[in-house]
Write a protein that binds this ligand. Structure first.
Ligand SMILES: Cc1cc2nc3c(=O)[nH]c(=O)nc-3n(C[C@H](O)[C@H](O)[C@H](O)COP(=O)(O)OP(=O)(O)OC[C@H]3O[C@@H](n4cnc5c(N)ncnc54)[C@H](O)[C@@H]3O)c2cc1C
Length: 328
């Protein structure tokens, strides 16, 4: 079958790849990176909500699907995209350090609570760190670029403003496809039109790229926010959460929140901000991912609501949607 997909974020990319693996032809439509949450994502793969010390729902299932998926993409494209170097939780004070070990007593958390050791960067002083097992990072921009290159002429750049029926097929911006899947992220114009308004509670996330003089950073850290190596003495710091001002440029308030949060646990000479960025997470009010096939237009499907964990969960949800396809 020839299947059209609107969106080449984490959702659309995982759909396109797995449909191709199943022997289908795909055409992917995407209007570019400006409105893509995936392009702004830090790519963290993290089975634990560190602030609340809770395991993500069905974490192991998502980790298994994610690992099989990215390994298959890496092997076929000949490019390293996934780095499973553990996130280090920075533990300030004796109580936090002892508390880390005790987390392993909680049955659900046990598989993810790794060793605790002295901090391994001079910017993190007087602190221990606890490793989060089975966590890591997808090089999201490299992944999205590699998928775009892989798709080649099967990726059509530009906004889809027109969808109509031609017999049983769909005409999408003039391209005929046998079935269509909407993976539009937060601006879900066509999903809302065909499936009804999705219950979004989208969240705005801002982050900084910081640099300093001295030792390079090699591992991902978390305390007030995440601090993620970006090569040499540079790191991404973020991201914030807010539920309004979606169209505003990067804000001073977020910059202060991030830098104030960093002060108690990381400092290096010459620390400076070199960039600030903002994106919108496609989260649903109840945090539950939405996907399915249309009751009447049975060759029309959608996947949305990947929230703040699309890098980890998109491979599983995409496969679930494909497996439930009326033609499967
Ligand atoms: C600041 C920030 C940091 C994040 N960090 C992480 C992280 O570390 N780890 C993690 O797992 N997740 C992270 N996320 C969340 C992650 O980005 C999302 O879960 C994921 O990107 C959602 O993917 P998606 O494919 O559903 O949507 P999107 O990435 O938004 O993709 C949808 C695509 O569809 C296109 N599109 C929509 N409508 C049309 C149309 N009509 N015509 C053509 N194209 C269209 C859009 O342009 C877009 O490219 C972060 C998000 C933000 C904002």
């Amino acid at each position: 079958m020839h299947i059209g997909i609107i969106g080449q974020g984490f959702g659309g990319s995982a759909l396109a790849w797995q449909l191709q693996q199943a022997g289908h032809t795909v055409t992917v439509f995407d209007r570019g990176i400006e409105r893509s949450a995936s392009w702004m994502a830090s790519g963290l793969i993290n089975p634990v909500t560190l602030r609340r010390r809770k395991v993500v729902q069905q974490a192991q299932m998502h980790l298994n699907a994610m690992q099989a998926y990215y390994l298959s993409v890496e092997a076929s494209l000949g490019q390293g995209l996934l780095n499973m170097d553990s996130i280090r939780e920075v533990l300030i004070g004796n109580q936090a350090t002892e508390g880390w070990g005790q987390l392993a007593d909680v049955q659900a958390l046990k598989p993810f609570i790794g060793p605790c050791h002295e901090a391994d960067h001079p910017g993190i002083q007087h602190s221990y760190v606890g490793q989060v097992q089975h966590s890591g990072r997808l090089h999201s921009k490299a992944y999205l670029k590699a998928m775009a290159t892989h798709l080649g002429e099967q990726l059509i750049q530009g906004q889809v403003d027109h969808i109509e029926r031609e017999g049983k097929a769909w005409l999408v911006s003039g391209h005929k496809v046998d079935a269509l899947i909407l993976a539009e992220g937060v601006q879900a114009q066509w999903t809302n039109y065909f499936f009804g308004e999705l219950p979004f509670a989208a969240s705005r996330g801002e982050g900084l790229t910081i640099a300093w003089d001295g030792e390079a950073m090699h591992h991902p850290y978390h305390q007030s926010h995440f601090l993620l190596p970006e090569g040499g003495s540079m790191a991404k710091l973020g991201a914030t959460y807010s539920w309004d001002k979606f169209n505003d440029p990067p804000s001073k308030a977020a910059r202060l929140e991030l830098l104030d949060g960093l002060k108690p646990w990381f400092s290096m000479p010459g620390l400076r901000v070199v960039d600030q960025w903002v994106g919108i997470r496609p989260t649903m009010k109840d945090r539950i991912v939405r996907l399915g096939w249309h009751d009447v237009e049975s060759n029309l499907g959608f996947l949305n609501g990947l929230g703040s964990r699309g890098a980890m969960t998109a491979p599983y949800w995409a496969k679930k949607l494909i497996t439930a396809a009326p033609w499967a």
